[in-house]
Structure formats: C-alpha cells, structure tokens
Design a protein around this ligand. Structure first.
Ligand SMILES: [Fe+2]
Ligand SMILES: [Fe+2]
Length: 340
C-alpha cells in the first residue's frame, strides 16, 4: 500500500541523477534509451531482463521496497489487537488480514529483487532508517474500533493508491499488485463491516469508540496520498514512465468522494468542518491538511516511529536462527545431491 507518499529521492540519488545527466552517453546507450521510451509510450510492459535506464530502475527499487516495508510494518499496529479481538470470528478475520499483509511484503520484496537488489540490502536499508515506509503506521492503535477504521480508511486509501499500480509499466510490480488489490478489497470490507456492526448493534459507548477512532485516523488517511501535486517533484517523471498513473491530489479527491458517502451510511461524522459538496466542481471540498504534521512523521517524529522500527529490528535479530538453519539445510542438501 501506500506508495504515493514515498517517491521522494534521497540527496544521494539527486546528486547521482544530476551527474548522470552531465555524463556523455554512448550512441548505443542513447539508442537503447530511445527504444525504451518508445516502448513506454506504446504502453508496453517492461520485464526484468529488458534494458532500462538506471534512474527508472532506482525509482522502482525505491518505490517497491518502501511499499514492501510498509506492508510488514503495517502488520504491527493491527497485530497489537489479535490477542484482544472481541470474538473468535473477529480474531480469525484479523489474523487472516495481518497474514495477508505479510504475504504482500513477500511478493513485493520478490518483485524488487528482480531489479538486482538483494533482500538483505533492502532490509538493511529499513533497519538502519535509510528507507521509508508509510507514515500511517507510526500512529498508535488505541481501541478495538481502530481495527475497523484501519480496514475502512487505511486499506481503503491503499486500494485507491494501488489499483492504478496494476497497470504500472514494470510488469513484475504490476503482477504483484493485481493479487494484492484483490486481498485489499477484503481488508476494506471486513473493516467497514466491523464498524457497521458496532454502529447499528452496539452500545452508545461502542458508537463513541468508533467516532473517536474516525476522528484520529481521518487526517492521517488523507496524508497517505502524499504531498500536494505542486510539492511532489518526482511525479512528472514517474507519470511519464508509467510508474504512476494518477496524481496525489486526484487520488485523494477520489478517496474523499467515495468515503463521505460511506460515512453517511455508517452514521459517523468526518472531523472536518470545511467538508462540503462543491456543486461547481462536482466533488467534495476538504479543509486544510496539516502538512507540517505529515513531514514531522515522515521525518521520524511520529507517535510510534521508534517503536515500529525497533520491533522490526528485533524480529530480524530473533529470526537469525531460522535463516541460519535454512542455509545449513540447503548446503547439506546440495552436498547430498552432489554425492549421489
Ligand atoms: Fe497490504
Ligand atoms: Fe491491507
């Protein structure tokens, strides 16, 4: 999920890109680049073995790996509630959903590896804080209603972000996204259904709990689409390459328009006094988004940034024996096969 907000280049990448532009390119490279651009313009998909410009490769490694990190860090806030689910049915659903997110991480790491970066390198970037993941997972899950609201709003925003990626020009990413999107629909539905049950059959305290969760998650969900288009410097290039198909602001608008109607059915209020239908635009207007908060959380200073990263590093260290055992088993197996 969650890739719109993460196509920001590191200073190192910006320098490399500038240096690459200055370098004289060979006629062969120029020709390769021209035929690559022609394929993109024709709507062709690019496969792992095909020639691609270095900047295209790097952009994809960054986007796909940060997407993968978001999936596995995204398991943490909801994993927090598995042992406290109110019924066996809710527990089974939540468990399945959190496992799906782990699966999404695996498909995406595999897609990123096709671009020539190893899983160890990708995870090292996460564990040392060099790679980002979606900031939405740096917010805490305070009540059971947060499970429903994450499904409804966070997975709902993820679907808006991800459906266009099923047509991403890089084929291994597009293929992974098709499967992921199917599962995300289930995530959104289960969240909405859990909230609807609480709102229609619950006690006043349960309805208040849902409203409180909506109040806390609404604005961070809108931030999931990334900074406004005017402040999203890589959008134009990513659009040209068919990596990104719809701009941040357009996707955010689509999400708002769909969600306002769903909120009415649920009977919750979205915490924005400026939210109203604009007859002229035929869209809902929203109040100002607190971008200072967005950049603060992206920069590492959200409510749970340290906790989330520490949990991932611990999981990596605790799992070392599994990786060692798997390698030892593979080596033993190879030896036996050679001997036979
Ligand atoms: Fe996911
Ligand atoms: Fe999901």
């Amino acid at each position: 999920m969650y890739t719109q907000s993460m196509d920001n280049m590191s200073p190192e990448e910006i320098r490399e890109q500038a240096a690459a532009k200055k370098m004289l390119r060979s006629a062969e490279d120029l020709q390769a680049e021209q035929s690559f651009e022609a394929r993109i313009d024709a709507g062709d998909f690019i496969e792992a073995k095909d020639w691609m410009p270095e900047h295209y490769r790097k952009t994809l490694v960054r986007q796909i790996s940060q997407h993968a990190h978001s999936e596995i860090v995204g398991m943490l806030p909801e994993g927090n509630w598995i042992s406290r689910a109110p019924t066996l049915k809710r527990k089974a659903i939540l468990l399945a959903k959190v496992q799906d997110e782990g699966g999404h991480g695996l498909y995406l790491y595999a897609a990123a590896e096709t671009l020539g970066t190893s899983r160890d390198q990708l995870l090292d970037a996460l564990h040392t804080g060099r790679a980002k993941y979606s900031s939405i997972f740096n917010y805490p899950t305070l009540t059971w209603a947060d499970m429903g609201v994450i499904g409804w709003l966070v997975d709902g925003a993820a679907i808006m972000n991800q459906v266009p990626l099923c047509r991403c020009s890089y084929a291994p990413y597009a293929r992974a996204m098709i499967r992921i999107c199917r599962e995300e629909s289930f995530h959104q539905r289960q969240g909405y259904e859990a909230l609807l049950t609480m709102m229609t059959q619950g006690t006043p305290a349960q309805r208040d709990m849902v409203q409180d969760a909506v109040n806390r998650w609404w604005w961070p969900s809108l931030m999931m689409f990334g900074p406004p288009d005017a402040e999203s410097p890589n959008t134009a290039q990513s659009m040209r390459w068919g990596i990104k198909r719809i701009s941040n602001d357009d996707l955010r608008q689509k999400f708002v328009d769909a969600t306002v109607e769903q909120a009415k059915v649920l009977g919750v209020t979205l915490p924005d006094p400026a939210l109203r239908w604009n007859e002229e635009r035929q869209h809902y207007d929203v109040g100002p988004i607190d971008w200072a908060e967005f950049w603060r959380v992206v920069g590492g200073d959200g409510p749970c940034n340290r906790e989330r990263l520490a949990a991932r590093v611990d999981a990596w260290e605790d799992g070392a024996w599994v990786r060692e055992a798997a390698l030892a088993y593979a080596a033993k197996h190879a030896q036996q096969e050679q001997a036979a």
